[in-house]
Ligand binder design. Structure first.
Ligand SMILES: [Zn+2]
Length: 199
């Protein structure tokens, strides 16, 4: 048997592909409704199959990105930078609008971000419970939360290795928190009184 030349093989492959595509177009509606019926009858299998194809697509995409990068390492960083600059203003605006609309969550996210490296993680709920525990006042100037916005201060600052656990948090108003800066001061009364009184 004579072997096809590479050109002939490629042409044959293209013909098969075209035929399959035409077949698909001719039977598209039937195929789609069958697939839909199968998905409804097998929701778990459908979910697994979707996940599998999603992972596969991502692997293919990642591989392609790696090849592009290997071919020209400067290309990726330039493209990413351009993309970033193109969307920067819009993204900053969207972020800012979200922070304004969700001030408590935003403050919580930034605390989490700053505290990640020191371990421990307090929740927004734990902080609001702590504020309630101290009567919603700043533990330094005793102004109430109505007059001054309470912030979560780290008793032992993160910069000095303090943890981000609720046990290292005290509610202070913004201005007291700023004044305290990176000093280690515990304003919590119950912590003071819980310590044994020296004879
Ligand atoms: Zn204060």
């Amino acid at each position: 048997m004579r072997k096809n030349t590479p050109e002939q093989a490629a042409a044959a492959k293209a013909r098969i592909k075209e035929y399959l595509h035409l077949y698909y177009l001719a039977h598209k509606d039937k195929a789609l409704s069958e697939a839909k019926a199968w998905a409804e009858a097998n929701p778990e299998k459908k979910q697994a199959a979707s996940l599998k194809s999603r992972v596969k697509r991502r692997l293919v995409k990642n591989q392609h990105a790696r090849e592009v990068y290997a071919a020209d390492p400067t290309k990726k960083s330039v493209q990413a930078r351009l993309q970033y600059l193109k969307n920067r203003d819009r993204r900053l605006e969207v972020n800012k609008a979200w922070r304004l609309a969700n001030p408590e969550l935003a403050a919580h996210h930034s605390r989490v971000r700053r505290g990640l490296k020191n371990g421990g993680k307090f929740t927004a709920k734990e902080f609001s419970d702590l504020c309630n525990h101290y009567g919603n006042v700043c533990l330094c100037c005793w102004r109430s939360a109505g007059l001054a916005k309470l912030t979560a201060d780290h008793v032992l600052p993160l910069s000095k290795g303090g943890s981000n656990d609720i046990s290292n948090i005290q509610p202070l108003c913004k201005s007291c928190n700023c004044k305290k800066h990176a000093k280690h001061i515990d304003y919590r009364l119950d912590t003071l009184f819980a310590q044994p009184i020296a004879a």
